[in-house]
Design a protein around this ligand. Structure first.
Ligand SMILES: Cc1cc2nc3c(=O)[nH]c(=O)nc-3n(C[C@H](O)[C@H](O)[C@H](O)COP(=O)(O)OP(=O)(O)OC[C@H]3O[C@@H](n4cnc5c(N)ncnc54)[C@H](O)[C@@H]3O)c2cc1C
Ligand code: SF4
Length: 273
C-alpha cells in the first residue's frame, strides 16, 4: 500500500485519510477497511487551539490540558483511551472512529456490514445501545463527540459547515452509514461556543483507559442545559426527553440506571460548580 503526505487539500486523490492512525491502522490490519493508498493529512488539517476554534488535527492530549477548552471537552479527552493514544489520536479521527461492537470488529456479516442480521440483539450485548437500538444496537464510543454535541459545537469541512450532531446519522436498511461525511470530505476545524458551565462524567469497566459504558456531557448556555450521552446509542445521543424512554436489551438495562445517576450528578455539578 502506498503512503503519501498531502501538502494541500487538492492532493487527496481518493486515498484513505490518515491522521494519528490509532483507529485506521488497526482497521486496515484487520481487513475492516480496504484501499490502495493512504494520504497523511496532518500537514493540511489545522492543529492549533485559538479560543473557540480548534483545529481538527489537535491531539486529545493537547485538548485535555488547554485552559481555553471548555471543561466538558477537556474532561472527555482526559478520560479517553491511554496517554499514548491521546498523544497520537486527533480530534477529527476521534469523531470518525468506528463502533467497538465485537461482532462488527470480528467482521461478522451484520447489518452494519451490509448483512441482514444484528448479532448483538440476540447475542452478547452487555455494552450495547439502550436508545435507537432496533436496527443496529452498537454504542457510539466517542466521549469527545458527546461533549461536543452537548456544547453545541459546529464543524468546518472542506465542503460545508454543520453542527457536530449533524455529522451523525442512524443507520437504516437503505443506508448503513453512521455519519453524513461525503467521499473526500475532510474535517478541518471545530468551533466550540463557550458555555457558562459544562461537565463530563463517565462510567467505565475499569477506572481508566476504557471506552464509555455510559458517558454524560452537560453544558449550560443562556440558562439552557444540553445533555448528550456516549455509549448509549449508535451515534452520540442528544438527550431530549427522560432517560426512562430508553429501550434496553435484556442484558444491558443496567445502563439505564447508570445513565440516570450520571445525568443527575451532571445536573447537580452544573448547579454547584
Ligand atoms: C485502545 C483504544 C482505546 C480508546 N479509548 C477511547 C475512549 O475511551 N474514548 C474515546 O472517545 N475514544 C477512544 N479511543 C479512540 C481514539 O481516541 C481514536 O482512535 C483517535 O482519536 C483517532 O484519531 P486518529 O487521529 O488516530 O484517527 P485515524 O486513525 O488517523 O483516523 C480515524 C478515521 O478518521 C478519519 N479521519 C481522521 N482525521 C480526519 C479528518 N480531519 N477529516 C476526515 N476524516 C478524518 C480517517 O480517515 C479514519 O477513517 C480509543 C482507541 C483505542 C485504540
Ligand atoms: S450492533 Fe450493529 S455493529 Fe453490532 S452486530 Fe448489530 S448491526 Fe452489527
Amino acid at each position: 500500500m502506498e503512503l503519501r503526505r498531502a501538502s494541500s487539500l487538492d492532493e487527496l486523490d481518493g486515498g484513505l485519510l490518515l491522521s494519528g492512525g490509532t483507529e485506521l491502522v488497526p482497521l486496515l490490519r484487520n481487513g475492516l477497511v480496504q484501499g490502495d493508498s493512504l494520504v497523511d493529512i496532518r500537514g493540511v488539517v489545522p492543529r492549533g487551539i485559538d479560543g473557540p476554534r480548534i483545529g481538527a488535527g489537535a491531539t486529545l492530549a493537547e485538548l485535555e490540558c488547554d485552559p481555553q477548552v471548555p471543561d466538558a471537552l477537556r474532561e472527555a479527552c482526559r478520560l479517553a483511551a491511554s496517554p499514548q493514544l491521546r498523544n497520537m489520536g486527533t480530534l477529527g479521527g476521534n469523531l470518525l472512529q468506528s463502533t467497538r461492537c465485537w461482532y462488527w470488529r470480528l467482521n461478522w456479516p451484520c447489518r452494519l456490514h451490509g448483512g441482514d442480521e444484528c448479532f448483538a440483539q440476540e447475542g452478547e450485548h452487555r455494552e450495547h445501545a439502550i436508545f435507537a437500538n432496533d436496527f443496529c444496537a452498537s454504542a457510539h464510543p466517542s466521549d469527545v463527540a458527546a461533549a461536543l454535541v452537548a456544547l453545541g459545537a459546529t464543524l468546518r469541512t472542506n465542503q460545508r459547515e454543520l453542527t457536530v450532531a449533524e455529522l451523525y446519522r442512524l443507520p437504516t436498511e437503505d443506508d448503513r452509514r453512521t455519519t453524513t461525511l461525503a467521499e473526500g470530505e475532510v474535517i478541518l476545524e471545530v468551533e466550540v461556543p463557550a458555555p457558562e458551565r459544562s461537565v463530563y462524567l463517565k462510567a467505565m469497566e475499569r477506572k481508566r483507559w476504557a471506552f464509555p459504558l455510559v458517558g454524560v456531557a452537560a453544558a449550560r448556555s443562556d440558562g439552557v442545559t444540553r445533555i448528550a450521552l456516549a455509549g448509549v446509542a449508535p451515534i452520540p445521543w442528544l438527550l431530549e426527553g427522560a432517560v426512562e424512554a430508553a429501550t434496553p436489551l435484556p442484558r444491558n438495562a443496567y445502563k439505564v440506571d447508570v445513565a440516570k445517576a450520571l445525568v443527575r450528578r451532571a445536573e447537580a455539578a452544573l448547579e454547584t460548580s
